[in-house]
Design a protein around this ligand. Structure first.
Ligand code: NAP
Ligand code: MG
Length: 402
């Protein structure tokens, strides 16, 4: 069989622990036999990040700007325990944070829906993709404990020195106060990423804030989304047959519960943090959740939403068998390959991505799965496979369809 040719390389970001083990298996069994895989390889494993003073992460992000599409393995975000475990020079920042800061993107998380793993919400038939604004609000706040009576004000000092003040509260006793901000630029890029992703995936876009209560702050988000939409996306949405829908956050929450799915739900930073945990757990499993960073300039970085599955890795190191779910990591690869195929006009490459996804789902629907899924499936007497055998079962299924 002739391997499918690629034109432009993918930016490949390798990672840590159990997902690093899966990464190699996926490449060896599911990609390299079928695709003449072109990648520019960056090792974002913690050892290499430490060795390069984290320059490798910056290089990988810049390569994504050059080539447009990246695929990333889960990586360790160091904490105190990791400092010791890996003898680190510094507590390096989260690679995802570093990459996001360079690409200025929005993260979209979507569950992989498969028969046999039913969402807890029985009317959810299609995936709900959650887009979370990743800048500002309570995540960049300033807080104050107010010890007793006194006045708290917000003061804006313009560059020419003029001051604008507004009263937060006249305290008659002790309490707390908080200052938050956001930036028009950041909100606008968030809006553009959401509109572009909706067009890309041909799904409706919902956006919600609390603008009835927050008449300036949240209202700004609503207005910027509306302006960007009217100016650059309205016609494209009409042509694509999709809609943009703004509503109040409480109304959105109520409607999501009754909806069928199949849309993108854009959320402010805090709403997105909380709601993505709700949506993903209700869809079944963290191991079945994909994640893509879409920059307003049209760069894409695909990954699994879960971490490096440390507990399984330690079992693996001890020579024990693991049954780690590789589905989200496989879908990170297929997402990236499909996008590369679209950008380079290689229909065969995109079709391969579709077939690999279909083969993965067919294996699960046929009752073969990893342990995490076997625990929640509605399929009777599932066969539990170890990490490698699950990938080999997908290869067998894929070969039937190629
Ligand atoms: P995790 O790796 O997502 O794993 C948490 C637990 O979820 C696992 O112990 C496992 O449960 C289950 N799980 C997650 N993915 C699974 C899979 N593919 N197959 C089967 N079970 C799966 O989160 P963590 O343990 O909190 O974090 C480990 C490391 O990952 C940390 O160093 C963290 O910094 C990093 N992390 C990276 C990213 C990223 O790169 N995007 C995201 C999150 C976390 P059982 O143990 O019960 O089987
Ligand atoms: Mg959260």
């Amino acid at each position: 069989m002739n391997k499918i040719e690629m034109k432009t390389p993918l930016v490949e970001m390798d990672g840590d622990e159990m997902t690093r083990i899966l990464w190699t298996m996926i490449k060896d069994e599911l990609l390299l036999p079928f695709v003449d895989l072109k990648t520019e390889y960056y090792d974002l494993g913690l050892e290499k990040r430490n060795e390069t003073n984290d320059q490798i992460t910056v290089d990988a992000a810049n390569a994504t700007k050059k080539y447009g599409v990246a695929v990333k393995c889960a990586t360790i975000t160091p904490n105190a325990a990791r400092m010791e475990e890996y003898d680190l020079k510094e507590m390096w920042k989260s690679p995802n944070g570093t990459i996001r800061a360079i690409l200025d993107g929005t993260v979209f998380r979507a569950p992989i829906v498969v028969k046999g793993i039913e969402p807890c919400v029985k009317n959810w038939k299609k995936p709900i993709t959650l887009a979370r604004h990743a800048y500002g609000d309570v995540y960049k706040n300033t807080e104050m404990v107010i010890p007793g009576p006194g006045k708290v004000e917000l003061v804006y000092t313009a560059e020419d020195g003029t001051e604008t003040r507004t009263l937060v509260h006249n305290f008659t006793g002790a309490g707390v106060a908080q200052g938050m901000h956001n930036l028009d630029n950041s909100i606008e890029s968030f809006a553009r990423s959401c509109f572009n992703f909706a067009l890309d995936t041909k799904q409706d876009l919902w956006f919600a804030t609390k603008d009835t209560i927050s008449k300036k702050y949240d209202h700004r988000f609503k207005d910027i989304f509306q302006e960007v939409f009217e100016k650059d996306f309205k016609e494209k949405f009409e042509q694509a047959g999709i809609t943009y829908f703004y509503t109040l956050i409480d109304d959105a929450v109520a409607r999501v519960m009754k909806a069928e799915g199949g849309f993108i739900w854009a959320c402010k930073n805090y709403d997105g943090d909380v709601m993505s945990d709700m949506v993903s757990s209700a869809f079944g499993s963290l191991a079945m959740m994909t994640s893509v960073l879409v920059s307003p300039h049209g760069y894409y970085e695909y990954e699994a939403a879960h971490g490096t599955v440390q507990r399984h890795y330690y079992k693996h190191l001890k020579g024990e068998e693991t049954s780690t779910n590789s589905v989200a990591t496989i879908f990170a690869w297929t997402g990236a390959l499909r996008k590369r195929g679209e950008m380079d006009g290689i229909a065969e490459l995109s079709a391969f991505a579709d077939k690999l996804e279909a083969a993965t789902l067919a294996v699960i629907e046929g009752g073969k799965m990893t342990k995490d899924l076997a625990l929640i499936t509605s399929i009777e007497n599932p066969t539990v496979l170890n990490s490698r055998d699950f990938i080999l079962a997908i290869r067998e299924e894929l070969e039937k369809n190629l």
